[in-house]
Design a protein around this ligand. Structure first.
Ligand SMILES: Cc1cc2nc3c(=O)[nH]c(=O)nc-3n(C[C@H](O)[C@H](O)[C@H](O)COP(=O)(O)O)c2cc1C
Length: 191
């Protein structure tokens, strides 16, 4: 398989975010031929407003869409907020779901994961994220489901993953499954 690039999006704006740290850990585990590009512009996107669609495309939205178009797939690590996902992440997905006749993300495969200090490790939030991606016709890696629970024990105060064999094994498998899905992804988003 030729080289692949995945765009990694963290649903957290927090400076020492566990989810952003998780994506850095995924990047460190990437095998040869796989590049992980960390997107850091989530907080700069304007709130989605349908009226904006009739004007010039906001520069930050154009940048996100270009980076998704140029990637072979995306990896989303999300916190769980109120049993769902953060508004900033929903906002980005709303932008990527448009225009409906040419949705940017609908043709790209995705992998999802998340970290939370709770016992459930974003299990509920990831269900919400999967439902949104399903609506957008995004093919999503089904297994493994990577829910990094008790994240306060697994990250240092700078948001760096401390590393453990089980979690690293899951992250590597998730990435391997995304590589397989990217190889199979059809331009219409059908696998
Ligand atoms: C508004 C808000 C709502 C939250 N709701 C949940 C929740 O429903 N379930 C959960 O496990 N953690 C919840 N948390 C705690 C987050 O999981 C925790 O802050 C986590 O570290 C955020 O991810 P980050 O480290 O990547 O920023 C919530 C935090 C905030 C700020």
């Amino acid at each position: 398989m030729s080289n692949l690039t995945f765009l990694a999006v963290s649903g957290s704006l927090r400076r020492t975010s566990h989810n952003t740290g998780l994506l850095r850990a995924v990047r460190n585990l990437a095998p040869a031929g796989v590049t992980i590009d960390l997107y850091e512009g989530l907080g700069s996107l304007p709130f989605f407003d349908q009226d904006l669609e009739s004007g010039p495309e906001p520069a930050t939205v154009a940048d996100l869409r270009r980076r998704v178009r140029e990637a072979d797939g995306i990896i989303i690590a999300t916190p769980e907020y109120n049993s769902a996902i953060p508004g900033v992440l929903v906002n980005a997905l709303d932008w990527l779901s448009r225009p409906t006749d040419q949705p940017v993300l609908g043709v790209k495969p995705a992998a999802v994961l998340g970290a939370s200090p709770s016992q459930f490790g974003t299990a509920r939030g990831q269900l919400v994220l999967r439902q949104i991606l399903h609506r957008m016709h995004v093919p999503v890696v089904a297994h493994p489901e990577v829910t990094v629970f008790q994240s306060h024990r697994r990250f240092d105060t700078n948001g760096c993953f401390l590393g453990d064999e089980v979690t690293e094994g899951l992250l590597s498998t998730l990435l391997a499954e995304l590589v397989i899905l990217a190889g199979r992804a059809h331009p219409a988003g059908v696998v």
